[in-house]
Design a protein around this ligand. Structure first.
Ligand SMILES: Nc1nc2c(ncn2[C@@H]2O[C@H](COP(=O)(O)OP(=O)(O)OP(=O)(O)O)[C@@H](O)[C@H]2O)c(=O)[nH]1
Ligand SMILES: [Zn+2]
Length: 404
């Protein structure tokens, strides 16, 4: 039987032993209290540990293919996000795509334009949003908007969500990721970031006060696909510089170069960037990405490989120290900040290879279809995107967790 086992050592830590819609998975982990509270609505008794919850109430639990992908479109102000969405909406394709555009303005009420394209036909509706904490407004109303939309218009094949130019896509992404766990009809497919070829370097190199992460760099760090738009405005050398800066931040990202955001839809949709379906391609990407780490405050990608296996418990502790406790210090005394985490790991006594995914403060372990060879070496490959990353410290920490 499918169910969630909740291990409440404290309110902020729990485990989902099996995903509601993905039986072949070992867990989704978060420490966010609000998210824990949402989950507790599905629990019978918060005090008891563990608790097994049947999911017979979820309408489509046995029809995983009914779930609708959500792609988050992010990018700095003026990069071309709306141009991209307009292009997608007017392009001929046989998907029913719902687009939600957040254009947060000044004032007490913010309106959200919402357009649905079906075979080139455009409908438009306005949803009123309450103005509050930006992050919460985006999260809560974004989800509510989608639910309303699905009720009114029936099912879509795909949802695209444009976040505001200054939003942290990690916060939005983790909301959708958690929501999928709760039996929602939608799931997070991937994050697409748009950068302006002419201003990308300026935005990415902008100095922020020490404690703040450059938002443009964070958007690149979180991207599964990165669109370098407005290539008509720059010379080849400038484009090269943008390309190499972007790859030094995010060694896993797939780069597309466009004018007027004309992309091949196949390149940005159905990425399955947050589940195990892309397991094989992901492994190749991990091997390919090798970026020189530096300890300064710029965002970089760090990868390492360690032979052997690790117990699930020790792997949890390793990840939780990084994402939740944030108590891992690099060699020059700065706490390591992980924005995005991916890995293919070998869990002790598990025949399947397991994908580790982390974004914001949320992470997930999911078994893939691939099994370890009986006579081959088991290996853990990890990729971290973030700030103050120190490959040696991270690798040492993993090895000690293995041997603990
Ligand atoms: N030269 C040039 N201009 C472009 C290109 N793509 C978009 N633009 C223009 O850039 C401006 C900003 O584009 P938008 O699509 O509104 O950008 P956005 O990211 O949605 O902007 P915000 O919502 O304000 O953050 C518009 O005037 C577009 O017409 C391109 O490839 N080349
Ligand atoms: Zn826009």
């Amino acid at each position: 039987m499918l169910g969630i086992v909740v291990n409440l050592k404290s309110i902020r830590k729990y485990q989902l032993k099996e995903k509601l819609h993905y039986p072949a998975c070992t867990g989704l982990f978060t420490r966010k209290r609000e998210e824990a509270c949402q989950l507790s609505a599905y629990m019978e008794d918060e005090e008891d540990c563990p608790v097994l919850v049947p999911i017979t109430d979820f309408a489509h639990a046995d029809e995983p293919d009914r779930k609708i992908p959500v792609t988050i479109i992010t990018g700095y102000l003026g990069a071309g996000k709306t141009t991209l969405l307009n292009y997608i909406l007017t392009e001929q394709h046989n998907k029913r795509i719902a687009v939600i555009i957040n254009e947060f303005g000044e004032g007490s009420a913010v309106e959200k334009s919402l357009a649905i394209s079906q075979a080139g036909e455009l409908y438009e509706e306005w949803l009123e949003l309450r103005n509050g904490c930006l992050c919460c407004s985006v999260k809560d109303n974004g989800l509510k908007a989608i639910e309303n939309l699905m009720q009114k218009k029936g099912k879509f094949d795909y949802i695209l969500l444009e976040t505001t130019g200054l939003a942290d896509p990690g916060a939005v992404a983790s909301m959708f990721w958690v929501d999928a766990e709760l039996g929602s009809d939608i799931y997070l497919d991937g994050i697409v970031s748009v950068v302006d070829a002419k201003y990308a370097l300026k935005h990415l190199q902008e100095e922020k006060p020490e404690s703040l992460i450059n938002e443009a760099a964070r958007q690149v760090a979180l991207a599964d696909v990165l669109i370098i738009n407005k290539t008509d405005l720059v010379a080849e050398e400038e484009l090269d510089a943008v390309r190499s800066t972007v790859s030094s931040i995010n060694g896993l990202v797939k780069i597309l170069e466009t004018q007027r955001a004309r992309v091949n839809l196949m390149d940005i949709l159905d990425l399955h960037a947050f589940d195990s379906l892309s397991g094989k391609g992901f492994q190749d990407k991990l091997v390919a990405s090798a970026v020189h780490p530096h300890l300064d405050k710029s965002i970089v990608t760090v990868t390492f490989e360690v032979l052997g296996s690790i117990t699930e418990e020790n792997l949890n502790l390793f990840v939780q120290n990084l994402l939740w406790e944030k108590n891992v210090i690099n060699r020059i005394g700065h706490p390591i900040e992980v924005i995005r985490l991916k890995g293919l790991v070998s869990i002790k006594d598990k025949p399947q290879q397991v994908i580790l995914q982390g974004v914001h403060e949320l992470y997930d372990l999911e078994e893939t279809q691939m099994t370890w060879q009986d006579n081959g070496d088991r290996i853990n490959r990890l990729v971290f995107i973030g700030r103050h990353l120190d490959k040696e410290t991270l690798k040492q920490l993993f090895v000690s967790a293995q041997n603990a």
